[in-house]
Design a protein around this ligand. Structure first.
Ligand code: NAD
Ligand code: IPM
Ligand code: MN
Length: 364
């Protein structure tokens, strides 16, 4: 049966890196008969310039119908400085996709490749063997809470305000996703919150603890405050297996963790919803990085975060973890051969790195 993959390249280096990921998927499709039908549409600033919206209703419909969405990145100085109002879904195609497809579970794996250990900003002996996954809640929290706004209040002063708000069921569903993942790995879950200061953190901690005690007694659960968690990730990242945290803390901790791998350009992600009645699981796959305006259009973007996101798409969207394993091996081979972009200290461009991965795929 045909599998529909909607490719949304977006802005800046987004289209450059999704083209690389698509090329890898096409190679596997030819070889393994995956019957992928690729579709393309605009998103982000590119879409805003063409239509006045960051994503169109038609593209939303196609995203909902697709087996998987392959996303690049959106945004850039031209659009970030627009003074837009309304909920985040009206101001960002990516946020609307996450919210309307209910992609609440964002998996962000942190696993450095051996060839890049010496390129990490941390010592090689600290990062060798690191293998953890940040499970970031993606549909709620301070990104979406109401009220929010910029208003002159009764004190006569202009206030900018946001609301951190988590319902109990929202915490329960991300806790289940994280515990189930930990159970399939090294059975260790670290929940990260700010329960010493925030009410939402108190409910978060209480709920995660209850879900663990009732449903996942075999998983060891620890709690960390987010400030300590940020330090622990830098001090000894090998101590972690699965980290579950809220929308904002997960965003920040993942960019920081990227340097374990040597570059933000290396990190992939999968944003997953609950399985549908027909067993399919909605999913959007994208590198963790943004549109990198400083290097866009130069052919220098590291495509590996996007290519590794295609590997997550193979696992979670197309049910082919075996092929995902091949992609990861091929990336390792390309790096072993010293083919990498300048962010990793190399001299290769996006297309050379992509070609090296595709060539390595043919040799595995
Ligand atoms: P960024 O991730 O775009 O870039 C941060 C730094 O990392 C830059 O120096 C950039 O050159 C480098 N970098 C990022 N990806 C790279 C890659 N693949 N290869 C080599 N170097 C890479 O973050 P920013 O500069 O804070 O944001 C730029 C724009 O992207 C903003 O509009 C922001 O809102 C948007 N953004 C979008 C997403 C997304 O679509 N998922 C994520 C983050 C930021
Ligand atoms: C990410 C990005 C997004 C986020 C932005 C672009 C809305 O930083 O995917 O990590 O904050 O979630
Ligand atoms: Mn981010």
């Amino acid at each position: 049966m045909t599998k529909h993959v909607l490719v949304l390249g977006g802005d800046g280096i987004g289209p450059e890196v999704t083209a690389a990921a698509e090329a890898v998927l096409r190679t596997l499709d030819e070889r393994h008969g995956l019957a992928i039908a690729f579709e393309h549409a605009l998103v982000g600033g590119a879409c805003f310039d063409a239509t006045g919206q960051f994503i169109t209703d038609d593209t939303m419909r196609r995203a909902k119908a697709a087996d998987a969405v392959l996303f690049g990145s959106e945004g850039g100085p031209k659009w970030d400085s627009l003074e837009l109002t309304g909920p985040p879904e009206a101001r960002s195609g990516l946020t609307r996709l996450r919210r309307e497809l209910e992609l609440f579970a964002n998996l962000r794996p942190i696993r450095p490749f051996d060839a890049m250990l010496s390129h990490s900003t941390l010592k090689p002996e600290v990062v060798k063997g690191v293998d953890f996954i940040i499970v970031r809640e993606l549909c709620s929290g301070i990104y979406f809470g109401e009220p929010r706004g910029i208003e002159r209040k009764s004190d006569g002063l202009l206030h900018g305000f946001d609301t951190q708000d988590y319902s109990e069921p929202e915490i329960e569903r991300i806790a289940h996703a994280a515990f189930a993942l930990a159970r399939s790995r090294r059975k260790k879950l670290t929940s990260v919150d700010k329960a010493n200061v925030m009410e939402s953190g108190i409910l978060w901690r209480r709920t995660v603890t209850r879900i663990g005690e009732r449903h996942y007694p075999e998983v060891r659960l620890d709690h960390l405050y987010v400030d300590n968690a940020a330090m622990q990730i830098i001090r000894d990242p090998r101590q972690f297996d699965v980290i579950v945290t809220d929308n904002l803390f997960g965003d920040i901790l993942s960019d920081g963790s990227a340097m374990i791998t040597g570059s933000l350009g290396m990190l992939p992600s999968a944003a997953l919803g609950a399985p549908r009645e027909d067993g399919r699981r909605p999913g959007l796959y994208e590198p963790v990085h943004g549109s990198a305006p400083d290097i866009a259009g130069k052919g220098l973007a590291n495509p590996l975060g996007a290519i590794l996101s295609a590997a997550l798409l193979l696992t979670h969207g197309l049910g082919r973890p075996d092929l995902a394993g091949l992609v990861e091996k091929a990336v390792g081979r390309a790096l072993d051969d010293g083919v990498c972009t300048p962010d990793l200290g190399g001299r290769a461009g996006t297309s050379q790195v992509t070609a090296a991965v595709i060539e390595a795929l043919g040799q595995i």
